[in-house]
Design a binder for this molecule. Structure first.
Ligand code: CTP
Ligand code: MG
Length: 390
């Protein structure tokens, strides 16, 4: 289907201009070494505090501060792991948030401390006086592993970072990068990018590369398989990009990304799945119960039973459940399958879950706007693509 005739396809001259401007912008958006230094200092400080509160503790960065995909001034995501001694009491996520949150309150270096205890994944949010905003999570192994996998995908080809950085900036400026308000997390956009690059032969499926003779290993983590091929320096023994994939520029791949989600991807029944290297159907994943049906079911259940406790089994870090909906908002529904993006490890998790009918309309509109801008005149298209909305 990549070979389909595209009447809007830009000329190679346009692609060259897009590539040039995208690379310049990416360079500008790189965090300065000074920012890395501040983040490291904050990480050290948080480790000291975690040890003080819990004894043995390890604090690991994840998300963009761990995967090489950060824009300048990005937030820092960290996760605390406790080595509870055998026989001693486990610390629950809520207790963790309370204890570390209360300790942080006593430190003048931290401001705007929020304890999100009722979120599906409880976290503490704060700002450090050195200017860094930080989310502190707890025992989230899968987030560490998916961060490592994204980092591995970036190491394969330098075009990946360039494309992701432009897409992240575009999504932030167009105000469609907020899972709290129905749009997508940066993590979701990165999965969307990897899917397109896999389709075009630019990236392999790291979860399907097997080095021995046999089947895909099972490396259990929170009940899921966290296996992926991580030995990127030796990747070429198992996989090579096609000559065509090698020849595609950043500009061309950016255009293809937007064109794909503007006009090729079928939102009604397809699921983006980088874990399977392509597309799945909603039927196959049993992700068919739509928004209104789920709502109806919930309402029916509520009439018959007392309300149930929300589950805390997810590794999700976008804690949209905690945020009070605006007065005119629809009731919160847990599973929405309007924009289906399978988490590469937590296979029953739709990373596009925050998207509702209204935000889907907005996001698709933005894909179309972007494809249109890039297909016209390359000159000035990248800055225009990333102009602030409203
Ligand atoms: N994450 C996840 N599941 C989600 C959302 C996020 O596991 N539904 C984890 C991933 O490990 C991801 C990290 O949380 O790498 C941070 O997510 P996010 O902040 O969306 O991505 P960043 O790359 O940190 O982007 P930004 O720089 O915009 O913060
Ligand atoms: Mg982040």
């Amino acid at each position: 289907s990549d070979k389909k005739y595209d009447p809007y396809r830009p000329s190679s001259h346009t692609f060259d201009l897009l590539t040039r401007d995208a690379k310049i912008l990416c360079q500008e958006l790189k965090p300065k070494p000074e920012e890395e230094t501040r983040k490291l200092a904050l990480l050290k400080k948080l480790s000291d505090i975690a040890r003080e509160v819990f004894g043995e503790a390890e604090v690991l960065p994840f998300g963009s501060s761990g995967n090489g995909l950060a824009l300048a001034n990005a937030d820092m995501d960290v996760c605390v792991f406790l080595n509870t001694k055998p026989g001693s009491e486990e610390v629950s996520p809520v207790e963790f948030v309370e204890r570390i949150g209360d300790r942080l309150e006593k430190d003048a270096d931290f401001e705007n401390i929020l304890q999100l205890k009722r979120a599906r994944v409880p976290i503490v949010k704060l700002n450090h006086v050195n200017g860094i905003a930080c989310d502190i999570g707890y025992q989230n192994d899968l987030a560490i592993w998916n961060t490592r996998m994204l980092r591995a995908y970036c190491k394969i080809d330098e075009r990946v970072r360039d494309i992701v950085v432009i897409i992240k900036l575009w999504a932030k400026r167009r105000k469609i990068n907020n899972p709290y308000t129905g749009s997508l997390s940066s993590y979701a956009y990165v999965l969307l990018v990897i899917h397109v690059l896999q389709k075009r032969g630019v990236l392999p499926n790291l979860q399907a590369i097997v080095t021995g003779n046999g089947s895909i290993p099972f490396w259990p983590c929170q009940g899921f398989n966290r296996y992926f091929f991580e030995d990127i320096p030796n990747l070429m023994r198992y996989w090579q990009p096609t000559p065509e994939a090698l020849s595609q520029s950043v500009g061309e791949l950016l255009y293809e990304f937007f064109r794909y989600y503007a006009s090729e991807f079928r939102y009604a029944n397809q699921v983006v799945s980088i874990r399977s290297g392509g597309l799945l159907t909603k039927e196959a994943k049993e992700w068919t119960k739509d928004f209104t049906q789920a709502q109806q079911q919930q309402q029916q259940q509520q009439q018959q039973q007392p309300p149930q406790q929300p589950s805390e089994s997810s590794t999700e870090t976008d804690s949209q459940v905690e945020t009070p909906p605006p007065a005119d908002a629809k009731p919160v529904v847990k599973n929405r399958y309007l924009f289906c993006i399978e988490d590469p490890f937590e296979l029953d998790h739709n990373v596009g879950r925050p998207v509702d009918r209204y935000s889907l309309f907005t996001i698709r509109g933005e894909f179309m706007r972007a494809a249109k801008i890039l297909s016209r005149n390359g000159d000035g298209a990248i800055p225009r693509l990333c102009t602030e909305r409203e």
